[in-house]
Design a protein around this ligand. Structure first.
Ligand SMILES: Cc1cc2nc3c(=O)[nH]c(=O)nc-3n(C[C@H](O)[C@H](O)[C@H](O)COP(=O)(O)OP(=O)(O)OC[C@H]3O[C@@H](n4cnc5c(N)ncnc54)[C@H](O)[C@@H]3O)c2cc1C
Length: 264
């Protein structure tokens, strides 16, 4: 690990004021600390967000849930508000990594990191969420740009994410057995605006499976999702799964997600 300065501000205003030059925010540290230990990442200064109460917490009303960036996966999973308003989101959070990861890792850290196999990006895109930062509101569709790449500018701080309540939704992933990251994960959501299907783990970044959305728009059934053959073009291949296998898994995970959404 390279040497760096460390600051732990008590307010959001102090954090953004300190974010000048070669700095990074530190949330749960579950990705960043490992990258720093391996010398894959280095910054002159770390700004620890852990002491900023205004970045934590969950607020729900009849139509949406707003979750603070520093809310941990465990807090989302056990939130009665999230379980009631968007149960699929609470369930997604409950299957991230292991108990230590869920107790340390945060929503803001997960989406800022934009790991190609992370779970939350699928939820944000399928639900049509909005990412709130200290500077602007970013629709999820324009937030994830590529492999570990987002629309965030240097020093821009995620403060919260708002998720509109769908009519029905569910997320199902085929987890990598060691890390629990998604080999393929599919979030299906049905709302007044139509059906949205977002896939994680299969490409360099989350994407919408339009052929499955079209099929589910005509018939919201598990059979309709399973009947779609997704192309293996640009699909990830590694020692865990070939591109053809992952492509096939997209339809299978989507059909299971539709069945789970209909069973709620
Ligand atoms: C063993 C293991 C298993 C895991 N399994 C899964 C899994 O199954 N599914 C899954 O989705 N994830 C998984 N993760 C990832 C984990 O869930 C964390 O969400 C992720 O590591 C980053 O969150 P963090 O809060 O720890 O962020 P950090 O590691 O602290 O930060 C990550 C990045 O986000 C930036 N950042 C953090 N907060 C903000 C903010 N508010 N505004 C702007 N930038 C910010 C940081 O500067 C850094 O670049 C796993 C991690 C580990 C170590």
């Amino acid at each position: 690990m390279y040497t760096f300065d460390y600051q732990r501000p008590a307010t959001r205003a102090e954090a953004t004021a300190a974010a000048k030059g070669d700095v990074r925010y530190l949330a749960g540290g579950q990705s960043l600390i490992q990258a720093m230990k391996l010398r894959l990442s280095s910054s002159e200064k770390l700004i620890d967000l852990g002491g900023i109460a205004e970045l934590k917490g969950i607020k729900a009303d009849a139509g949406s849930v707003r979750i603070g960036a520093m809310t941990t996966h465990a807090e989302v999973a056990r939130s009665a508000d999230v379980q009631k308003t968007i149960p699929a989101l609470a369930e997604l959070a409950s299957h991230i990594g292991d108990p230590m990861v869920r107790n340390m890792g945060t929503l803001g850290g997960s989406i800022a990191n934009a790991d190609p196999a992370a779970d939350y990006p699928a939820a944000l895109v399928a639900l049509g969420a909005t990412v709130h930062t200290d500077r602007r509101d970013i629709p999820a569709d324009s937030f994830f740009l590529g492999l570990y790449e987002t629309a965030l500018q240097p020093g821009e701080l995620i403060t919260a994410v708002s998720f509109p309540k769908p009519q029905r939704a569910a997320y199902v992933k085929f987890p990598q057995p060691a890390s629990r990251f998604a080999l393929v994960g599919v979030f299906v959501s049905q709302a007044a605006g139509g059906v949205r299907v977002a896939v994680t783990g299969a490409k360099s970044s989350v994407f919408r499976a339009k052929p499955i959305e079209d099929a589910l728009g005509k018939s919201f059934t598990a059979e309709a999702a399973k009947g779609v053959s997704m192309p293996a073009t640009d699909i990830n291949a590694d020692l865990h799964a070939s591109a053809a296998y992952r492509a096939a898994m997209i339809s299978v995970m989507a059909s299971r997600a539709v069945a789970a959404a209909l069973a709620r």
